[in-house]
Design a protein around this ligand. Sequence first.
Ligand SMILES: Cc1cc2nc3c(=O)[nH]c(=O)nc-3n(C[C@H](O)[C@H](O)[C@H](O)COP(=O)(O)O)c2cc1C
Length: 320
Amino acid sequence: MSEDEVTRALVQAADAARFAPSIHNTQPWRWVVRDGRLELHGVAERQLTAQDPDGRMLLLSCGTALHHAQVALTAEGWRFEVERPAAEPLAVLRPVEREAAHPEATRHLQMLQVRRTDRRTVTDDAVPADTLRHLIKETEEGGARLHVLDRDQVIELAVAVEHAQKAEDTDDRLRSETARWVGGDRDEGTGIPASALPEEVPLATVAERDFQTRGTLKAGGGHDQAASYAVLYGSGDDDADWLRAGEALSRLWLAATEQAVSLLPLSGPVEIPSTRHTLRGMLAGTGHPFLAVRLGTLDPAESAPPRTPRLPAGQVIEVV
Ligand SMILES: Cc1cc2nc3c(=O)[nH]c(=O)nc-3n(C[C@H](O)[C@H](O)[C@H](O)COP(=O)(O)O)c2cc1C
């Protein structure tokens, strides 16, 4: 295990983590390779200061990148230690030895590139109960929990989503922040391009986030009748818990992708304190909500949205 070999592996892992999902595709992370370790840092300039003043969505996003980096290291056969000081740096990965890579790990790495946020409507084929159980288990192994909502709770979620959307639509600061990150061509490597947004917000019981800008994606004419909705949650509400939840979200999302299940995050009701409280009520005192998600199956005949842009490696990875 030479120093060069470790540095190369860490740079590769940080590079693979560029594919990670993040709130409004802000990619609020930076990696530093130093002394045989990979440090993850949050980037305040890419935090949504109006929508996410406490940095919860930033930490969830950094957590997905942290998990992506771990998937990449594992796929190369590396065993590593993870520290999560949750201050700065938010986390540190330290390779300890290298062994033969598992084929399963290679498949997970492929999922990093296949995964998308797909805002098309889901089909009438529900996600099978066995698959949901598998996703619950993956989430738990990833460090958080997943509560699948019953029919009444789906209606409650729909109301919370509507409240959160209204709160966002009537606040100029929130609206202008969204407009800064969403819509258009996004040549600068961040944000959500029009090509990833539906032409019109699809009809659904639980509305998708309305980014207040026209997209070009054909969303399909369906409804969300057969979709499942779930809340990602955990026992704590500290920064370390939100980072860990991001890792679990990435693990859940990659597992869903592997099972051809589409996962759509609905973070609006978590961003607004009153609706976050509603979600907490749905968990009946068992934990703190991190994110609501829609799980469903998509029509494979329709083409998936194109990839969203990413910042170049040179801008997010530094070798000291
Ligand atoms: C913490 C978090 C919250 C998100 N919230 C939403 C949301 O409320 N609505 C939505 O349409 N997409 C949401 N997304 C998806 C991001 O917009 C998406 O990951 C990003 O634009 C990159 O695109 P990709 O996932 O296709 O790579 C969220 C993603 C993360 C990680």
